[in-house]
Design a protein around this ligand. Structure first.
Ligand code: AMP
Length: 113
């Protein structure tokens, strides 16, 4: 499968590790949009949040269990934002479910158009 994040998981493309466990991998975004910008992904390939279902819910749950640990380890005690983009209108560029953790500064209130 030609998936960039699956290649990162296999070590075929380098990444800067932020966190990992048996279900979850987190790494620093290559083009950060905040002082701290981390991508959290399930090790299983799920194309987007639009594909979350009963069968893969455990992998997604593991991602959400990891997010507070990652945020704490990064010193994001003052708050942070978790975002997932979906599809064309959501501007999803990599078709492997990922959650952006953005923090390290006061973020803009506006998230829409
Ligand atoms: P999205 O646009 O929501 O699909 O997010 C994809 C994210 O992946 C973007 O923020 C990119 O900067 C990031 N990205 C793309 N390639 C890499 C890479 N090789 N290592 C780390 N982050 C990447």
């Amino acid at each position: 499968m030609d998936c960039l994040f699956c290649k990162i998981l296999k070590g075929e493309i380098p990444s800067k590790l932020a966190y990992e466990d048996e279900r979850v991998y987190a790494f620093f975004d290559i083009a950060p949009q905040a002082p701290t910008h981390i991508l959290v992904i399930p090790r299983t390939h799920i194309p987007s949040a639009d594909c979350i279902d009963k069968e893969n819910a455990e992998a997604v749950s593991a991602v959400f269990a990891a997010i507070p640990k990652i945020a704490r380890a990064q010193g994001l005690g003052d708050g942070y934002r978790v975002i997932t983009n979906v599809g064309e209108n959501g501007c999803q560029s990599v078709k492997h479910l990922h959650f952006h953790i953005l923090g390290g500064a006061k973020l803009p209130e506006n998230m829409g158009v």
